[in-house]
Design a protein around this ligand. Structure first.
Ligand code: SF4
Ligand code: SF4
Length: 100
């Protein structure tokens, strides 16, 4: 196998990758979605700190998941000290996001 010469001192083996290294479209993995009870949310931000893909969005008075990236792991619901997040089955929602 030929040894590749790098064209600059900043290039390394990893720069040859032509596939995505990370799958960021994690919203398609979800079987449950977190639903935030806005009345219970104290705006503490713990859910955003613990969310693995960092997809909790800051809204004016509460936090809510970006469903394009939320993978439904449930960490936010476990960490919320107020019990403001409930994991609901995806089958309860239609394409517009409404409960069926
Ligand atoms: S952890 Fe719970 S109370 Fe805190 S911001 Fe998130 S949803 Fe609101
Ligand atoms: S369910 Fe998981 S990925 Fe989705 S917002 Fe909560 S912590 Fe983040």
């Amino acid at each position: 196998m030929a040894i590749k010469k790098f064209s600059s001192k900043y290039e390394a083996a990893w720069s040859d990758a032509n596939q995505q290294l990370l799958c960021l479209d994690t919203g398609t993995w979800r079987t449950k979605r977190p639903v935030v009870n806005v009345e219970k949310c104290t705006y503490c931000g713990l859910c955003a700190i613990y969310c693995p893909p960092q997809c909790m969005k800051i809204m004016p008075d509460h936090f809510e998941p970006d469903l394009n990236f939320c993978k439904g792991c449930g960490v936010c619901a476990k960490e919320c000290l107020r019990g403001a997040i409930t994991m609901m089955p995806e089958g309860d929602f239609d394409n517009e996001g409404k409960k069926g």
